[in-house]
Design a protein around this ligand. Structure first.
Ligand SMILES: *[C@@H]1O[C@H](CO)[C@@H](O)[C@H](O)[C@H]1NC(C)=O
Ligand SMILES: *[C@@H]1O[C@H](CO)[C@@H](O)[C@H](O)[C@H]1NC(C)=O
Ligand SMILES: *[C@@H]1O[C@H](CO)[C@@H](O)[C@H](O)[C@H]1NC(C)=O
Ligand SMILES: *[C@@H]1O[C@H](CO)[C@@H](O)[C@H](O)[C@H]1NC(C)=O
Ligand SMILES: *[C@@H]1O[C@H](CO)[C@@H](O)[C@H](O)[C@H]1NC(C)=O
Ligand SMILES: *[C@@H]1O[C@H](CO)[C@@H](O)[C@H](O)[C@H]1NC(C)=O
Length: 347
């Protein structure tokens, strides 16, 4: 996967290149900065006042008003200061931490997306922790697991421990998330967890990837091991040699089912603070940078250039990836799903 496309001046936030007069823009930015400054001061004063008068809310942040500069009033429920049981956060104990969960489906680019996030020095995304059945067998074990992750007591290759500024994991819709949606949404809302939805628009490509991946679980193409994600072009080429046959009879109902699941998930978590990302926008050169900046702003971490070494497995035109392409084409032509044929991309 190509890395290197976003340019950051070290330590500064990205400002879009001026299209109009740079002077006017600079004045606007200056005025904006001044207004923000005054606003933040006002909020600080406000908080100190409420703190001394009434203890309205019991968020830990209130105990340290205006501690980390730039925390806005609406952010307060989403900003945390965990105290891990197993170690000390040391010099970063005063840095605020945001909680997140990537809600996605298999073969939607979430593994790749997670490696991008984890390339940020202050982000720990701990993988698919609910792929282990015991952890999702009932609500109390789900809550116990979540508590451990958000208390920064979860250890995985991705955890950065003391200087983590955003901690989370990825959660597939079929891993207890839909089943226990009510309790999980309550947990997210009361603990101030933000959701990152990651979906794929082209559900036909996703289906091919699901079928191929499930074939490889048995075939173990690469050196007798099953790989869901690869890091070299050779491996990708080897894996993409397998072409699945798509069941044309169940194709439309299957696509509909995925659409319905997506809509339901959005409905269940609509009052949770969230952002919706599409895989297609993350791999498109013309939208990728902006989306990665958006997600870092959403997590309130200092924006950085994010990188991944993963290589895409299936690329190029769809007709070369399926055995019974003619059947598939016949089935979908004239339906709304026809657009899946065209939205091609090259990487
Ligand atoms: C929940 O699941 C865990 C692990 O499977 C089990 O040990 C525990 O007894 C269960 N708790 C309840 C209340 O069912
Ligand atoms: C990010 O991590 C670095 C190095 O571990 C640390 O110095 C910095 O304070 C962290 N930033 C935030 C916003 O937590
Ligand atoms: C296959 O596995 C063997 C033993 O684990 C290793 O020595 C070899 O390099 C591997 N080959 C490839 C192509 O990964
Ligand atoms: C295709 O799907 C239909 C409907 O779900 C099912 O009855 C049929 O057995 C499937 N065919 C194959 C080859 O799996
Ligand atoms: C996207 O950007 C990468 C790196 O800059 C480049 O190698 C690749 O050709 C670009 N792809 C397209 C479709 O423009
Ligand atoms: C990439 O994004 C641009 C801008 O949104 C869009 O016009 C273009 O069609 C996209 N390319 C692909 C291959 O989806």
């Amino acid at each position: 996967m190509a890395n290197d496309l976003c340019f950051f001046n070290k330590g500064t936030f990205i400002i879009k290149p001026p299209k109009k007069s740079p002077l006017v823009l600079r004045m606007i930015v200056l005025a904006f900065a001044m207004i923000c400054g005054v606003y933040i001061c006002l909020i600080c004063l406000n908080q100190i006042n409420t703190h001394t008068k009434t203890r309205l809310v019991n968020f830990p942040v209130i105990e340290r008003p205006c501690h980390a500069s730039g925390i806005k009033k609406w952010e307060i429920p989403y900003v945390h200061y965990p105290k891990p049981k197993t170690y000390s956060r040391a010099e970063c104990a005063d840095n605020p931490v945001k909680f997140f969960a990537i809600l996605s489906m298999q073969r939607s680019g979430s593994g790749w997306f997670e490696t991008l996030l984890n390339s940020h020095i202050n982000v720990s995304s701990n993988g698919e922790i609910f792929s282990v059945k015991d952890r999702r067998s009932n609500v109390s074990s789900i809550v116990k697991t979540l508590d451990k992750v958000y208390n920064l007591d979860w250890f995985s290759s991705a955890s950065k421990n003391e200087c983590t500024a955003a901690v989370g994991f990825k959660w597939m819709l079929n891993q207890g998330l839909m089943q226990h949606h009510k309790e999980i949404a309550d947990y997210f809302n009361s603990r101030g967890v933000s959701a990152i939805f990651l979906f794929r628009r082209n559900l036909l490509r996703r289906m091919i990837s699901v079928l191929a991946n499930s074939y490889d679980q048995h075939a173990k193409t690469l050196n007798r091991t099953h790989k869901s994600h690869v890091h070299s072009l050779e491996e990708a080429e080897e894996l993409s040699k397998y072409k699945p046959t798509i069941n044309a009879t169940s194709l439309i109902p299957d696509l509909k089912l995925v659409e319905e699941r997506t809509a339901k998930a959005l409905e269940y978590f609509k009052i949770t603070r969230h952002i919706i990302l599409y895989y297609e926008d993350l791999i498109n050169n013309s939208t990728k940078c902006q989306k990665l900046i958006d997600v870092q702003e959403f997590l309130r971490v200092p924006p950085r250039d994010l990188k991944s070494n993963q290589v895409k497995i299936h690329k190029g035109s769809l007709e070369k990836q399926v055995v019974n392409w003619n059947d598939v084409q016949k089935t979908l032509t004239g339906t709304p799903y026809e657009s899946f044929f065209h939205s091609d991309y090259q990487i």
